[in-house]
Design a protein around this ligand. Structure first.
Ligand SMILES: [Zn+2]
Length: 345
């Protein structure tokens, strides 16, 4: 049976021999001398365990195993050192540089056509000095309706099939991005030029022309001498930026609660350049936006005096513009996540 003294002596002699080892060949010899399966010094000590009682075997077995692990680790470290490698060399060789740029395979992916159209229009808006703002999709009925002159009894509340939020009677999924008008007036005051594209929601039965989730692009400008002709210039610039060609616009009076006067806007059909086609139903014109001069009620809600300030606002269906730009016939495709559709852009 190996005594504690024998074990310590073996450990010491091993470590001294290891210390004086200068090359791999000598190290191999040392390894055989101690760990050889047939006659290694440590192996022989472990073989002696068989003659012990179970209790003794347990205690001595643990001691010898610990010794074996310790010596084996020292032997391994020495081998690494003699092979000219340190642990840090190995760490460097095996490391992954997470900051290295990744080369994506071709066709990895791209922005959604709605995002691209939004970016094109945002760029034009910024070039004209507009802020581009984002806003909440879950909104209070105040900002979505009351602030933009749609009080609780107003029929416009019913005409927009609103998603109300269960157990929160004053929260809605915004039905238009016009919820941003009074938010922005309160936040920045006047003068202001801002564009605010975003996602809106209506409880629609979906079909090729209707979707419960869609995108709008709206702008508001408030200053001291704002007129309709200012608005026409901005609308034409935005549409020309999106479609990459000059467009004409025309207006017809139409009621919207948050503007006075309000107009319904059309642009020349970019598919037939106004000659008439299937998409524009032969008229040469496409109805794409609602616009008008900001209603005094909205200015007051935003903390501005309507005698001092005037402004315009117009909103476009961004989803519809994207459909027109790319000739998409079913609006539901935009939200479908269908790769066969998305890969065409
Ligand atoms: Zn046309």
């Amino acid at each position: 049976m190996a005594s504690q003294i024998e074990v310590e002596a073996l450990k010491q002699s091993f470590q001294e021999a290891l210390e004086s080892t200068r090359d791999i060949a000598a190290l191999d010899v040392l390894e055989q001398e101690y760990f050889s399966r047939a006659s290694g010094k440590l192996t022989l000590l472990m073989k002696g365990l068989g003659a012990l009682t179970p209790d003794e075997r347990k205690v001595h077995g643990q001691m010898l195993n610990a010794l074996k692990n310790e010596l084996f680790e020292e032997l391994g470290n020495k081998r690494v050192m003699l092979e000219g490698k340190t642990m840090s060399d190995i760490a460097i060789a095996e490391a992954i540089d997470v900051t290295q740029p990744v080369e994506f395979p071709p066709g990895f992916g791209h922005m959604h056509p709605v995002t691209r159209a939004r970016w094109d229009m945002e760029e034009v808006a910024r070039s004209m000095g507009f802020l581009v703002e984002d806003g909440p999709e879950l909104e209070t009925d105040y900002y979505n309706f009351t602030a933009v002159n749609i009080p609780p009894t107003h029929p416009a509340r019913d005409s927009m099939d609103t998603f109300y939020v269960k157990d929160h009677p004053h929260w809605v999924m915004r039905t238009h991005v016009s919820n941003m008008q009074v938010r922005l007036l309160k936040k920045y005051g006047a003068p202001i030029r801002a564009a605010y594209p975003g996602r809106c929601f209506r409880n629609e039965a979906t079909d090729a022309r209707h979707e419960h989730t869609f995108y709008q692009f709206e702008t508001i400008v408030v200053d001291r001498q704002i007129t309709f002709s200012d608005m026409v210039g901005v609308i034409k610039a935005l549409l020309s930026g999106l479609f990459k060609k000059d467009v004409k616009v025309r207006f017809r009076p139409k009621f919207y609660p948050f503007v006075e006067p309000g107009v319904n806007g059309e642009m020349t059909c970019m598919l037939c350049d106004g000659r008439g086609c299937k998409v524009c139903k032969g008229t040469g014109w496409l109805e794409i936006f609602g616009a008008g001069l900001v209603h005094p009620h909205v200015l007051r809600e935003g903390g501005l005096n309507p005698r001092e300030w005037t402004g315009f606002a117009f909103g476009m269906g961004l989803s519809r513009l994207v459909m027109l730009k790319y000739g998409i016939e079913d609006t539901r495709l935009l939200q479908s996540g269908d790769m066969r559709f998305l890969e065409q852009f």
